[in-house]
Design a protein around this ligand. Structure first.
Ligand code: AMP
Length: 478
């Protein structure tokens, strides 16, 4: 089947923008979703970031909005017609930039609003009038409350990365936002998975949706070499360093289950001489941008991340992914290891399984539909061991070490529902960074691996560990 964009009869300004992007053919989600969205039907799409889903919804939306296109300077002639909601500022920024590119030859205006930035420039843009508004839920509500955004002429709403929005605790905000929209509208929901919560959300807000599924969530790239090692909690760092060394890995993602565990691990690895940085929800926007830029530039070898923080970031083809913790949600296993082995490249995915992980590994087995064989690690008589032990002693003295710490950290991250859900960020204003648009490329550097060089100062731990709402509890509260 040839999935050429020319089959779509896109309006000339949109077709020109697509041609300029250099897209040769549609991706599977585009081939399936664009014709449906062009008919105005609701869509429930299972697709992850990286599949081309932004164009899959924005091109047909823009095409349908062209009937409202006008060159008037009056804000009243540019009401919000399409609303795109995303869980994080990085995703919102990425999507907004793509929408701008697709709409560049039209008179349709677009804008993005997300938290952690000054409200004023966003307010000015909103007051000028925009047809397509890309937003994170918390900040959008702030603008609605300040009467900067009026949504009574919205015809299309896109709930993108809906599963993540629920994970983060945005359900009440979403419900409020959706209550401001006209009942007569098209709603598109995209989610990596169709969990029962997502189905319930779709049941409440979508009308007779067409279901579109590409890249089923239990598919992992065949180019990824997957290993599951049986490792005690105390030996995980040692195992990690040994595999990195033995495999000669230049860079890797290391996934952990909790923000606190993430900060601690990054700090300890850094102390032990690995060039490491942490990416988690309590990092400010500025810190996240710096962490990512440093990783992309090859200044950092290990990026320790939580699932929520790493989700949606356009970092591909990392040579290896480590699951330092088995993910709580089996589908996150697929998301995590999808960072490596992309585009035909070979990749390595290593998962450390400790004694208490039996149930979680069972979930991964069910999802992958295959039996997982645990391998043992033979530890080298490694020189840095003394240093690790010194580090452990320091931790013990500081009262920080305990085997179940990561799980406990994660539990601490999930207290009962607070009065207000977690807003996406609270960091000071930071400039947008175009590197979110660029695919990750391994840095061209001959520098020796960091663990062979001198240790750097440890990373700071954030003082603001924000609580998380339980999604199920929220539904019950309705
Ligand atoms: P998304 O999944 O929407 O975040 O898109 C991931 C990347 O794929 C973006 O950098 C897009 O510019 C790119 N992309 C989207 N559609 C196509 C296409 N048909 N052909 C090639 N690249 C595409």
């Amino acid at each position: 089947m040839t999935d050429s964009f020319s089959n779509l009869s896109l309006a000339e300004p949109l077709a020109r923008a697509v041609a300029e992007m250099g897209y040769e053919s549609m991706t599977p989600i585009q081939a399936q979703a664009i014709p449906v969205v062009l008919t105005g039907k609701d869509v429930m799409g299972a697709a992850q970031t990286g599949t081309g889903k932004t164009a899959a919804f924005s091109l047909p939306l823009l095409q349908r909005l062209l009937k409202h296109e006008n060159a008037s300077t009056s804000p009243a002639r540019h009401p919000v017609r399409a609303l795109v909601l995303l869980p994080t500022r990085e995703l919102a920024d990425q999507v907004a930039q793509q929408v701008k590119l697709y709409a560049k030859y039209t008179n349709l205006r677009s804008a993005v609003v997300f938290g952690g930035m000054d409200m004023k420039p966003q307010t000015l843009e909103l007051k000028r009038g925009v047809e397509v508004l890309v937003a994170t839920p918390g900040r959008l509500l702030d603008h609605i409350e300040a009467k900067n955004a009026v949504l009574n002429q919205v015809e299309y709403v896109v709930l993108d990365e809906a599963d993540r929005m629920l994970d983060i605790g945005f359900l009440p905000d979403l419900q409020r936002i959706l209550s401001y929209l006209p009942k007569q509208r098209t709603t598109l929901l995209f989610s990596a998975t169709f969990s029962p919560e997502i189905k319930r959300l779709a049941g409440s807000y979508l009308q007779d949706p067409v279901t579109i599924e590409v890249a089923r969530p239990n598919e992992t790239a065949s180019t990824v070499e997957q290993h599951f090692y049986s490792v005690n909690d105390d030996d995980k760092r040692r195992a990690l360093k040994q595999i990195v060394r033995q495999r000669g890995l230049s860079q890797a993602f290391v996934f952990v289950n909790s923000k606190l565990g993430c900060a601690r691990l990054a700090r300890t690895l850094e102390r032990e001489g690995m060039k490491t940085t942490a990416l988690h929800g309590d990092k400010s926007q500025d810190e996240r941008l710096k962490a990512l830029a440093a990783f992309k530039a090859g200044e950092v070898d290990l990026l320790v991340a939580t699932d929520v923080a790493a989700r949606g970031l356009d970092i591909k083809d990392v040579p290896a992914v480590f699951n330092f913790d088995v993910p709580f949600n089996a589908e996150d296993y697929v998301h995590r290891i999808g960072r490596t082995g992309r585009a035909g490249q070979s990749g390595l995915a290593v998962t450390f399984v400790s004694g208490s992980d039996a149930r979680l590994i069972g979930d991964v087995e069910k999802l992958l539909k295959k039996k997982i064989e645990l391998e043992a690690i033979e530890y080298e008589e490694d020189k840095p061991r003394g240093r690790i032990n010194d580090g452990r002693r320091a931790w013990r003295e500081a009262g920080e070490l305990g085997d179940p710490r990561d799980v406990l950290d994660a539990q601490r991250d999930r207290p009962p529902a607070p009065a207000r859900p977690q807003r996406e960020y609270r960091a000071p204003a930071a400039p947008r960074d175009p590197f979110f648009d660029q695919p990750y490329e391994a840095p061209a550097t001959d520098a020796p691996p960091a663990w062979e060089s001198v240790a750097k100062p440890a990373n700071r731990i954030s003082a603001n560990i924000k609580p998380k709402r339980r999604v199920a509890a929220l539904f019950k509260a309705e």
